[in-house]
Design a protein around this ligand. Sequence first.
Ligand code: DAH
Length: 347
Amino acid sequence: MEKETIKKNLLEDAKTLVNQEMLNDFRVKYLGKKGIVTELSKEMKDLDGEGKRELGKTIQELKSLVEETIFTVGKELHDKALKERLEKEAIDISLPAIPVVEGGLHPLTKVVEEIEDIFVSMGYDVVEGPEVEEDLYNFEKLNLPKGHPARDAQDSFYIEDESILLRTQTSPVQARVMDANEEKGPIRIICPGKTYRRDDDDATHSHQFTQIEGLVVDETISIADLKGTLEIALKKLFGSQREIRFRPSFFPFTEPSLEVDISCFKCGGTGCSLCKETGWIEILGSGMVHPNVLRNCGYDPEKYTGFAFGLGPERIAMLKYGINDIRSFYTNDFRFLGEFKRKDGDR
Ligand code: DAH
């Protein structure tokens, strides 16, 4: 075949190549074992001198043309395929992301942690005690012997016989810590935990609830320490503008006993529905540790004195967050729990 015809055909063929398969066939057609250019080069052996050089040049030119075509068309095909794939697999970044469900702390956990932080910053240790408790610690050592009328207010769930029960208060942790202290030295603790009472559940009562107990025992502890400590803690918890009021009360394990109120944070003390028009909100019970309790736990009441307090995180959370049904804490309604999700800056 004439050199010019081959070239013309080759250029015509090159225009028709639209896929990798055709590109392969094209290569075979010209450069394969029996390809047109290969066949042409077989003619070399019959030539010499000028003719050989001429043919050599032609073959070289045709080969280059084939290779260039394969290279350029191959690249075009590859780019086109890539473009199509990118378009097909494109991620639509305008689509809204699937929301990540983020957990949050339970409101009671938040209140307990806040109170722990306040007391830990004053040097207290956090101690926990058992929920299944002995009558000995829950009542007896706390100056509530069998038959004491104050036991009636704390009806419990008994385990097997009447000596083991679900603790009705966190106060037994006081007795446990004093008992376990071998040197009978100073103590400064708070004890958060679950407590149980045989109660009919309603908006303000729950058969299971939480308490935080506090106990300080040392050689020179006076009622001034109790008042100062609780005043600082309650102002940190409810705001420095709060006024604190101490009222005489009765608990078997303290003498004297004091009920602690804060000025109403809703009306500022003028009287509203939250404080039942009194201007004051009852927050916790406290008192100087009864000498009998110290004695029951191996402490010499002539040498040691102490103060104790007990508060209910449910009540504090209800007041702080305006919750009006205690059962909301335990029914696991996500709409309720979601209200307390950690906000930026929360611990
Ligand atoms: N344990 C008491 C209760 O459940 C609360 C309490 C009052 C604890 C006075 C104390 C305290 O430690 O001193 O009602």
